[in-house]
Design a protein around this ligand. Sequence first.
Ligand SMILES: *Cc1c(COP(=O)(O)O)cnc(C)c1O
Length: 403
Amino acid sequence: MTQEWDAGRLDSDLEGVAFDTLAVRAGQHRTPEGEHSDPLFFTSSYVFRTAADAAARFAGEVPGNVYSRYTNPTVRAFEERIAALEGAEQAVATSTGMSAILSTVMALCSAGDHVLVSQSVFGSTISLFEKYFKRFGVQVDYVPLVDLDGWDKAIKANTKLLFVESPSNPLAELVDIPALAEIAHAKGAMLVVDNCFSTPALQQPLKLGADIVVHSATKFIDGQGRCMGGVVAGRSEQMKEVVGFLRTAGPSLSPFNAWIFLKGLETLNLRMRAHCANAQVLAEWLEQQDGIEKVHYAGLHSHPQHELAKRQMRGFGAVVSFEVKGGKEGAWRFIDATRLISITANLGDSKTTITHPGTTSHGRLSPQEREAAGIRDSLIRVAVGLEDVADLQADLARGLAAL
Ligand SMILES: *Cc1c(COP(=O)(O)O)cnc(C)c1O
């Protein structure tokens, strides 16, 4: 037997509830079957009762689905949940994190506009700006993440967007998001924050003054390394443009991936707390070890921006990087001596990963560019997962012994 559900029964009680409740319940949709889990709508198109109904839905006079490149109920549930968690008026899902960034810039910038990008952003993000947006007449300049004065000075009359990741990868540098938002707004520019490393469980950039948040959902939102996706969140005014680009250009999210992400979000805060707790233990332990020259983690008192991290984040994240004695050879020996931890450049997984940024994620940079970015040959990055922390420590101890 089926039953009509009062949509209000699902959402009306979410007024004023806490983050963990939103993560489990926001955006939930229920079909007349009464399923308790989120329904998965595997359909490319939708049928209409009559020709007139079709015409009204195509014209947008009557709400409803037309085609899954535009809307899909499972994808919409994911978008509504992310919007609730980020404190956004609207969110829109994309096929990958990169297409979230692509869609944001395509929607909001035109030829002749200027964008400022943090020097320490994801490698493909730099390529997207450098190789592609520049080809279409978007001017791009780069600024050191932490340098507020530098951001202020680099803004021009035609600057449309400032684009940052905070904390940065792999060195965990931060920018004061409220201060940077103020600098951008004073000159009529928007601040975009890639919040992939923190997730809304640890940092909510929109509440700190940013205008737009982008995510690679591939990382912690999935959290178990299963599938690709992304999301853009912000005010309706800007999201309308992003949605328009997505519906036309088509990097939409698969409903199956949206369903996985909905499940991922239900445990997001629990997982992030566990990731952070493991990372904190390992960072403090590494800092005490002889073979380690420096540990980069915002949760350490030795981190130059520890106080800022405490102000704008609810946890310091899962990524710990450190410099070992013995340069590149030492770093490679350390990595190769681990047995449990996976040698891979990915992150945001329940499985801990280890990588040598200088010859992988940052290998395309020239030695001078790497030096300027602070990526030493001796640097190792660990994205801490959810294994027992004593086992992770024992594995890193194998690396230390190999130095
Ligand atoms: C992985 C990543 C991206 C790109 O996301 P994809 O889902 O791989 O396209 C963008 N930004 C950051 C910070 C990332 O770590």
